[in-house]
Design a protein around this ligand. Structure first.
Ligand code: NAG
Ligand code: NAG
Ligand code: NAG
Length: 358
């Protein structure tokens, strides 16, 4: 059992339709039966804007291949932003297929939160290939990642943001903007203020206040084998997969907010910084099933109180924050069902300046 950590940068039913803050999906294959049938556990996290209930169940439809039958779906709240900006929910979905052939699931649901790059409909695609890999003797596991639904950066602060990526099979993981041809997005308009580089880093240049506002970011994360491998189908047929063929594709979609100027971009002043004993970006922790791991996160910002820890991870990650200002605690007790899986956790410290809009 392991758990990866990232420092990064997340509603309710009312009379208005909720506006989406993106989605992310990952998967772990579970059992392969002698009759060829395979089960796979897919987790998705979708966020919606505040003032309404958290997302409940979204329908991922089969858009290619034979996706089998859905054995179960459980939905829980991951985290609700305290001012009601957003709430992220997690759906855990189990599917059983009759063979290990590849298939694609598509989410096509509702409208994005208003954004400056004019993305209106949410659409996301996941490629699952459960054929047996020659290098691991198992089905491929997707890259593991998660995202805070809303990442905020002041307009005058240049920032490079490394997304959380971990591949349980040791594959090379890359990120790119989603593309319309395989239907990875409905309105495939990248935000002009962000560039994405292959190792899953987003770069935001220092800009002017004219760029302030919200942007929809629609990325695809893919894993590639580090050398050519073959994939064996249930019927015994083999296909080779080179280092340029993605083994899986998962969506990583969120809102990027360019905030008003701050007097200093140095972390620890107006923008919070993490201090010891906060785990480092990419750190991995191993937790036995049923045992509780507590992660202590400490932040400081001399000129603005750190009001909140925004986090994303498995729904059973619990905020145990006490009364010490700037100190947060997250605890996680993996269940037996999570044994052998890899779970990403990411968090961001949010400081609120007293000026409006920050
Ligand atoms: C294959 O075996 C599994 C486990 O016993 C069972 O759930 C599934 O229905 C079987 N599939 C077929 C196609 O018979
Ligand atoms: C971001 O990355 C670019 C290119 O690698 C580098 O020149 C720049 O100094 C980095 N900026 C920060 C704030 O780390
Ligand atoms: C965590 O819980 C404490 C109370 O235990 C609460 O004051 C705080 O707002 C919560 N923080 C988050 C990030 O939910």
């Amino acid at each position: 059992m392991s758990l990866s950590t990232l420092l990064l940068l997340l509603l309710v039913y009312g009379s208005h339709a909720a506006h989406l803050y993106g989605t992310v999906m990952t998967f772990h294959p579970r059992d392969t039966y002698p009759n060829g049938s395979v089960t796979v556990v897919l987790r998705y996290r979708t966020a919606v804007d505040g003032g309404r209930t958290c997302p409940t169940s979204e329908t991922w439809t089969c858009s290619s291949g034979v996706c089998g039958t859905q054995l179960g779906l459980t939905v829980n709240v991951v985290h609700r932003e305290s001012r009601g900006e957003w709430c992220q929910g997690e759906g855990i979905l189990t599917r059983q297929t009759t063979t290990n052939a590849p298939f694609q699931l598509t989410l096509s649901t509702g409208n994005w939160f208003a954004n400056r790059n004019s993305v209106s409909s949410l659409r996301a695609l996941t490629l699952v290939d459960l054929r047996t890999r020659s290098d691991t003797g198992q089905a491929n596991r997707s890259p593991q990642t998660t995202i805070i639904p809303s990442i905020r950066v002041p307009s005058n602060c240049q920032r490079n943001i490394s997304l959380l990526t971990f591949d349980p099979d040791g594959d090379r993981v890359t990120c790119r903007y989603a593309s319309s041809t395989p239907g990875e997005c409905a309105n495939c308009l990248p935000p002009p203020v962000l560039t994405v580089s292959a190792p899953c880093t987003l770069s935001f240049p220092s800009t002017t206040s004219s760029n302030e506002g919200s942007y929809a970011v629609q990325l695809v994360m893919e894993d590639f084998p580090s050398q050519s491998i073959s994939l064996t189908h249930t019927d015994g047929s083999q296909t080779s997969s080179t280092t340029s063929n993605p083994l899986s594709k998962v969506p990583v979609q969120f809102v990027f907010k360019v905030d008003p100027v701050v007097p200093s971009c140095t972390e620890g002043q107006y923008l919070p910084r993490f201090v010891s004993p906060t785990p480092a970006h990419g750190e991995r922790l191993y937790v036995p099933a049923s045992q509780t791991e507590v992660i202590t996160i400490k932040t400081e910002a001399t000129n603005s109180p750190v009001s909140e820890l925004l986090f994303s991870g498995p729904y059973n990650l619990v905020n145990q924050t006490g009364s010490v200002s700037g100190e947060f605690r997250l605890s996680w007790t993996p269940s037996q069902a999570e044994d052998g899986e890899h779970h990403p956790i990411c968090f961001i410290a949010q400081a609120i300046l007293s000026q409006p809009g920050q």
